[in-house]
Unconditional design. Structure first.
Length: 148
């Protein structure tokens, strides 16, 4: 923040990134990006100098900060037999550790059909006939039907 002196004698702190322009008319007027205007005692040259000093301060401060390496967690797949409990979707379909992957894919195809440009790798040779989708859920009308 940059501290300016108002013509009335008070001070105001302004974020220099929000200053759109400064002009002398003959008083110095600072206009922010939201069109708010402030009359300040500092000259146009002083305003420009304060903005430049502030930006130099930010760059110098960023160089003095300590860089801390944060380890990223290792992500891995969890086998189906490690799933604890079960989950019921809004449409009433229940999934647990015994749910076959192709059943999940078939349900996704009913509610979010893939476009022709999307490809799917086979998960297993099993096919399951799922119950009809909930009548309150409308499939994506813009999506092309799955032909695979």
């Amino acid at each position: 923040m940059i501290i300016f002196t108002r013509l009335t004698g008070g001070t105001i702190a302004v974020n220099p990134d929000l200053i759109e322009r400064a002009e002398e008319t003959p008083d110095t007027v600072i206009t922010l990006v939201d069109e708010k205007k402030f009359l300040v005692k500092e000259s146009l040259e002083q305003v420009i100098q304060l903005i430049g000093d502030y930006r130099a301060y930010v760059i110098a401060r960023s160089r003095s900060l300590e860089v801390v390496e944060v380890p990223h967690p290792t992500l891995h797949l969890v086998p189906n037999d490690t799933i604890v409990g079960s989950h019921t979707t809004d449409s009433g379909h229940q999934f647990d550790s015994n749910t076959d992957d192709s059943e999940v894919v078939a349900l996704l195809d009913r509610y979010a059909p893939r476009s022709a440009s999307m490809t799917t790798l086979p998960l297993s040779n099993k096919t399951n006939d799922l119950a009809e989708p909930d009548a309150n859920v409308k499939p994506n009308a813009d999506a092309e039907p799955n032909t695979s």
